[in-house]
Design a protein around this ligand. Structure first.
Ligand SMILES: [Zn+2]
Length: 115
């Protein structure tokens, strides 16, 4: 169902403009935005994308939504700048799930040390 991005009214498929707002209708509801969860907190920093993806899957298995935030890396003439601390980015989780996420990650790191 198309709907109006401004007033959220739903319309029949043959309608393309919102009669109230005079704006183009959007085909379907957009994906819920990350703001739905309020604030996001960095629960862990990761050195590369692979580590980020691993932690993401660990958390998502526990039902915690994850957002990977990549740091801007400065480039000098096409060469990656030498960062003293090579952090690729942060693993962000909703603030209300922060303690749960920390527990999940701790359990994961503990399991790594058992090997
Ligand atoms: Zn409208």
């Amino acid at each position: 169902m198309p709907f109006c991005p401004q007033c959220n009214a739903e319309y029949k498929p043959e309608v393309s403009m919102c009669a109230d707002c005079q704006v183009q209708l959007v085909p379907e509801r957009m994906q819920t935005e990350v703001t739905e969860y309020g604030d996001w907190y960095a629960v862990e920093s990761v050195p590369n994308e692979m580590a980020g993806n691993i932690l993401q899957s660990v958390l998502e298995e526990d039902g915690i939504p994850v957002y990977l935030r990549c740091h801007e890396v400065p480039y000098y003439g096409g060469v990656k700048g030498n960062l003293t601390e090579s952090e690729w980015g942060d693993v962000l989780v909703p603030s209300n799930l922060l303690s749960q996420a920390r527990k999940s990650l701790k359990a994961y790191f503990d399991s790594l040390q058992d090997v």
